[in-house]
Design a protein around this ligand. Structure first.
Ligand code: SF4
Ligand code: SF4
Length: 66
């Protein structure tokens, strides 16, 4: 499972990147990007801080195959 950012909802506030304890998210071109999805702890901080509801969690293909 990893955090995924909906680029259509993201307003580029940067809070998800600020609060991510593992620097999984970086800001570029005015929106957040999950650049290290394998490092995500699923702590939920990014989703909790996002006022736009742009962060969701998705299951990876490996987890669905189990
Ligand atoms: S907290 Fe939400 S709106 Fe702000 S940069 Fe992150 S995904 Fe975009
Ligand atoms: S769930 Fe936690 S570790 Fe994963 S991207 Fe969001 S803030 Fe970072």
């Amino acid at each position: 499972m990893t955090a995924v950012i909906d680029k259509k909802k993201c307003n580029g506030c940067g809070l998800c990147a600020l609060y991510c304890p593992l620097d999984v998210i970086y800001m570029e071109d005015g929106i957040g990007h999950v650049v290290y999805p394998d490092e995500c702890w699923h702590c939920g901080a990014c989703r909790q801080e996002c006022a736009k509801g742009a962060v969701r969690f998705e299951f990876g293909a490996m987890m669905l195959a189990v």
